[in-house]
Every structure is written in structure tokens, then in C-alpha cells.
Design a protein around this ligand. Structure first.
Ligand code: 5AD
Length: 336
């Protein structure tokens, strides 16, 4: 794979052909199992000012919350009781949480049972990532958002692209299963940029990749921008599957939110993972990254899992059993 090939697929392969090819690759490399990951959005505090994100520090109309350790444990236990063996702990970049507290959450969840813990809490120094890994964290999600440096630095004021890349390298070195990916349809972003985003994930030799359509949030500077379309989001997902045959690719919550009635198309176009929002109901509406987020999340924890199970079963696909760890060690071990 190279950028030119990816761009050619994105530009020229007709929808149905692209989706069918991605589905065939997914079936061959990942099998038919669909893994359910339970996500707990444990804090919506954020020190960043990302112009696309509703949690950005400048949005002072948003009520902020931080879940207690007990609340996190309870939500995790409920998901585990539904046989979900991955808990994703996600938050804004919350300066009010100590690394120690994140470690405590990880340790407590690991004591519940055979659960993989995925963290998605933003950029930290190497030492903090090391402590979290030592506490038992298995995976880390950190989207690069866009590899177009100009757009990146414009939309993420005060943040450095190089630091995000440093984080991804540190996480790999520490033995995390690492996920990255980008936003699709950001203002000024071209198809070439998106091909670069996919290539970035290929070069990093990741275990997971997520691509989400950008959904404008009215309380952000990008509120009046058009946003990324569902179809483009689906095409990027499918292209990513062809370029990244053996990584876990979820139906991103944003993609599911753009077309809540069509949860199946992404699973038929390369995705092999779904996210069930098990954040306690009282907090869900405050994790307001973008409008209309996670129709699935509007159900209470267990309901969101059982609803996804029904969708997967109705497609005749098996629900993944076990933790659903990385499909590969290194792509060099793996040939199609
Ligand atoms: N639309 C879609 N996804 C968004 N994210 C943040 N804001 C938006 C938005 N407006 C995504 C970012 C971040 C993840 C947690 O949420 O990619 O990495």
C-alpha cells in the first residue's frame, strides 16, 4: 500500500465495489465475529480548545462532570455481566484527574474479571503512560485527528502535532495495543489529506483504527461548517480496511450517529467492532462532543449492549467471544 493507491481507491472505486472488497478483506483477516466494546465516558472536563469539539475548554455552557471510582466500577461490572470483555475509559484531557486515579480505575476494572482496558484520555508524558500500563491498561486510543499540519495546528490551538506523534510512539514502545485514526470532512481537508491519514496508520503499524465523520457542534467555532458526509465516512472506513487488513476497525460512534437507522452498512463495509456506550444515563447528555451523538448511548448501559447484540445477530454475524485482542503482533508477520 502507498498513498497513491489509497487515493486512487478513494477517488475512483464505485461504492458497491469498494464496500464489497472491504467486506471480503474483513471476512478473510478478522473473521465474521463482531466485538462489542463498552465505553465509559468518565469525565467531560477538557483543557484543550479543539475547534471541532463540544467539550473544548471554551464551551462554558456545558455542565462538567467527573465520575467517581465506584461509578466506573459499577458500569464496568454491568458490561462484564453482559459478557463484554473490553472496557474503554474515555475522557477529555482532564487536568483535574491525577494519573494515579486513572491507574486506580484500571486496577479496579482488571480485578472484576478477564477484561481488556482501553484508555482514551489524550496526551500524557511517557512516564504517565508507563504508570497506566503498569496498572494494567492494555490498549490506548489516540486519534491523530488529521495529518495535515496546517489544519491540525489551526483547529487544535496550543497543541503540537509532533507531541501527538510522540505519544503514539511511546504507547507502542510501552506495549500497548494502539489505535489512531482521523476525522473525515474537516474544513479545508482534501481527499489527499485523508489518504495521508490512512497511510499514517499504515506506517505506525497500529492495532486499531477509527475514522469518524466530523459533525459540527453549534457551540464551537466550526458550528456553521458543513461537516463530513456519511457516505464519505463509509468510503474512508472501507478504504482503511483494505489498507489495514488486520486491524480492529470500529463503527465509530460518529458514523453511527450520522445515520442511526443504518448500523449495518459499516459492518458490511469493513468494520468488525462496535462501541456500546455504558456511561451512566445521568451523564450521557453532558458528553456532548457533537450533536446527536450516540443514539445507542441514549439507552441505559445494559440496553445499549443488548441492542447491539440484536443488530449483530440479525445480520447473521457471531458476537466476538473473549477480549478481542489485537489480530496481529506486527504487520511484518502478516501477509495477505
Ligand atoms: N465530530 C466528530 N468527532 C469528533 N471528535 C471530537 N469532536 C468531534 C466532532 N465534532 C472526536 C475526535 C476525538 C474523539 C474522542 O472524538 O476525533 O479524538
Amino acid at each position: 500500500m502507498n498513498e497513491e493507491k489509497i487515493l486512487n481507491i478513494l477517488r475512483n472505486t464505485p461504492d458497491e465495489e469498494l464496500f464489497a472488497e472491504a467486506d471480503a478483506v474483513r471476512s478473510q483477516t478478522c473473521g465474521d465475529e463482531v466485538y462489542i466494546r463498552a465505553i465509559i465516558e468518565f469525565s467531560n472536563y477538557c483543557r484543550c480548545a479543539c475547534e471541532y469539539c463540544g467539550l473544548n475548554v471554551k464551551n462554558d455552557e456545558l455542565s462538567r462532570y467527573r465520575m467517581t471510582l465506584e461509578q466506573v466500577i459499577k458500569a464496568s461490572r454491568e458490561a462484564f455481566d453482559e459478557n463484554v470483555q473490553t472496557i474503554v475509559l474515555q475522557s477529555g484531557e482532564d487536568a483535574g484527574i491525577k494519573t494515579d486515579e486513572i491507574c486506580q480505575m484500571v486496577e479496579s476494572i482488571k480485578r472484576i474479571g478477564d477484561i481488556a482496558v482501553t484508555l482514551s484520555c489524550g496526551e500524557y508524558p511517557y512516564e504517565d503512560y508507563r504508570l497506566m500500563r503498569n496498572a494494567g491498561a492494555d490498549r490506548y486510543l489516540l486519534k491523530i485527528e488529521t495529518v495535515n499540519r496546517e489544519i491540525y495546528h489551526k483547529l487544535r490551538p496550543g497543541c503540537r502535532f509532533e507531541n501527538r506523534v510522540r505519544c503514539l510512539h511511546d504507547l507502542s514502545e510501552l506495549g500497548y495495543q494502539v489505535g489512531s485514526g482521523s476525522l473525515v470532512g474537516l474544513p479545508g481537508q482534501t481527499l489527499e489529506d485523508i489518504a495521508d491519514d490512512i497511510m499514517f496508520c499504515v506506517n505506525l503499524d497500529l492495532e486499531m483504527a477509527t475514522f469518524s465523520p466530523f459533525i459540527p457542534h453549534p457551540k464551537t467555532p466550526l458550528g456553521d461548517e458543513p461537516g463530513g458526509s456519511w457516505l464519505l465516512g463509509l468510503r474512508v472506513l472501507a478504504t482503511a480496511r483494505i489498507a489495514l487488513p488486520a486491524v480492529h476497525i470500529p463503527v465509530s460512534t460518529a458514523l453511527a450517529s450520522v445515520s442511526p437507522d443504518d448500523y449495518m452498512s459499516p459492518l458490511n463495509a469493513g468494520a468488525n467492532v462496535v462501541m456500546a456506550d455504558v456511561t451512566p444515563y445521568e451523564f450521557v447528555k453532558y458528553y456532548d462532543i457533537y450533536p446527536g451523538k450516540a443514539p445507542i448511548g441514549f439507552r441505559k448501559g445494559r440496553d445499549s449492549i443488548s441492542r447491539l447484540k440484536k443488530i449483530i445477530e440479525s445480520m447473521g454475524r457471531p458476537i466476538g467471544i473473549g477480549r478481542g485482542d489485537a489480530l496481529k503482533k506486527k504487520s511484518t508477520d502478516y501477509f495477505l
